[in-house]
Design a protein around this ligand. Sequence first.
Ligand code: LLP
Length: 439
Amino acid sequence: MNTRDTLYADNDGQLVIGGCKAGELVKQFGTPLYVMDEKYIRDICKSYYKVLDEKYPDSLVCFASKAFSCKAVYKIVESERLGADVVSGGELYTALQAGMSADKMYFHGNNKSVKELSEAVAAGVHAVVIDSLYEIDLLDSIAREKGKTQKVLVRVNPGIDAHTHRFIQTTRVDSKFGFSVSDGAALDAIRAILAKKNLAFTGLHCHIGSQIFELKPFKIAVDKMTDFIKTLNVELGCTVKELNMGGGYGITYTSEDKPLKPYQYVEAIVDRLTEDIAEKKISAPKLILEPGRSIVGEAGITLYTVGAIKDIKDVKKYISVDGGMFENPRYALYEAKYEAVLANKANAPATETVTVAGKCCESGDMLVADAKLPKAESGDILAVLSTGAYNYSMSSNYNRNSVPPVVLVNAGKAEYIVKPQTYEDLVSRDVCPTYLSED
Ligand code: LLP
């Protein structure tokens, strides 16, 4: 386990998160429970601005809210000076409800609906990130109807094969995202935007993938984007005021992962951009970064109660917990690896290798394959680490399980930031046609 000042085992072998003992959290809030470490989130945000304030002050960090969207998290990141990347009407609404200024939001998506684009323009989002030719006409007419000129960035696919899982890679040539630079599609899209009265071409966006551990793909992306900026200066005579380099910085899920410190990715991007600006003689764009996973991922820990234990002789030992793919679908989707600890026996040596299974009616419903644990007993508390990103945000009600509540911990205090979902909540939108009620 990667310990830190807000995550460690105390002398009694109890896992302590944000100054709260796991056992106490479970007594108060039950399981399964998502726990988010507020200080960790704030520290990461601060570490990004430490680099940017010093080296590239004309910049904005936007939290990629798809990693974890709820009001409290928007409030926390905004108080650390971040804006947000929103990708649906729901994320936009949640961020607005949290009081975040629309002027610090970028609206993404490869197929935004008319309703979503209208909402984005009406709210006054700073920029819509254009991802298709279809969207150019649509957004221009929506902006015209509202008597506005909407700033837009263009999502560019620089064609980089960053080393990560196929489903979370985004800028290989074959991708549903962005306009390719190499075949001229990006240039054509910008030409089309410049011809629109109610759109203001403001800059470029790229996102090369997620959970990337190397700096090289980010540096290559900066080179390719600045080359393209130069091309736009020369061919279309237009300036690029903003350059949004997306997110994607890798985090630690297990001890096999050895990411750099999150701020080192920012430093590499900024340094290369500064060099390229000087070398290519382009005017310095405002730099936007969009990390999601690196801000909330390691901040999250999910607590479970161990239930059924099944030891299949000479085959495998299954430890089943009260969660599963409805609250963390990442094993089922990507065979994602996680590390688990017994939160009430955190100092006991690991003596067995087990598979942590969820409670859903599905054979692939696993949470941790090959977890190294002390001997677990029913009733123990199991903690899965680094679950803050893309767990709650990808949860579902599969098997009519309730999405677990989320508790924010800091300096020994714990409070709900997402309340428990009740059985009544589960049926609250169900309706039966009247003929089903007739005798
Ligand atoms: N910006 C854009 C346009 C993105 O599409 C993404 C992630 C990000 C920023 C943030 O990337 P991050 O810093 O979080 O890596 N569900 C997958 C991850 C999908 C990421 C989608 N886009 C998972 O659970 O690993």
